[in-house]
Design a protein around this ligand. Structure first.
Ligand SMILES: [Zn+2]
Length: 189
């Protein structure tokens, strides 16, 4: 193990060491969003935030793909900060796990701790919006109306076709009875 790797493990371990494992894995999505944005701004004060925010899960890294940052809250703050420091370090054009990266990651971790984003309370569950029965009923009325209009238009088209057909048949009937009056005299006109 190189000296730098030893430093790396020691410094990162010590910075998270006062935090319980359950707190470290208790990443509130809203805080994770604040964190990636704030840490980006810390490194690149002049640049405006360039990414869309998406969430990912499982074993995936927090990383940027196609102009969106995919944030993985499930792997805890340690991984989130590590992954994100990799991205910021990469934007600086530096090598992975170089000394500057070590300092960057340490500062990012400290920043996250200082802002109080690592905490024990569970993330608030967003309150489900109560549905308004009047709004629901109105939406049903509108869609019902649209469907009925569609049906009516279909029937109208069928009616027009039938009327036109009837006109043609009338004309043919008259033409026949004029042309063959004797042969058709037994039939009503
Ligand atoms: Zn790494």
């Amino acid at each position: 193990m190189t000296q730098l790797t030893k430093d790396y493990n020691r410094i990162l371990k010590s910075i998270w060491s006062d935090t319980s494992r359950s707190d470290l894995y208790n990443v509130w999505p809203e805080d994770a969003v604040k964190a990636v944005k704030a840490l980006f701004k810390r490194e690149f004060p002049g640049r405006s935030w360039p990414y869309k925010i998406k969430f990912t899960s499982g074993n995936r890294y927090t990383w940027v793909r196609r102009r969106a940052v995919f944030i993985n809250c499930e792997k805890g703050w340690g991984d989130l900060v590590h992954d994100w420091s990799h991205w910021l370090n990469y934007l600086h054009g530096r090598e992975n796990h170089c000394e500057a990266h070590l300092m960057l990651e340490r500062d990012c971790a400290q920043y996250v701790l200082d802002r109080g984003w690592v905490k024990s309370e569970p993330a608030p569950v967003p309150a489900k919006k109560k549905t308004d029965r009047v709004v629901e009923r109105y939406k049903r009325l509108l869609s019902n109306k649209a469907a009925t209009e569609k049906r009516l238009a279909k029937h109208r088209a069928g009616l027009e076709r039938a009327e036109k057909r009837l006109k043609d048949l009338d004309r043919d009937v008259r033409a026949y009875s004029r042309k063959y009056p004797e042969r058709l005299e037994a039939f009503p006109k």
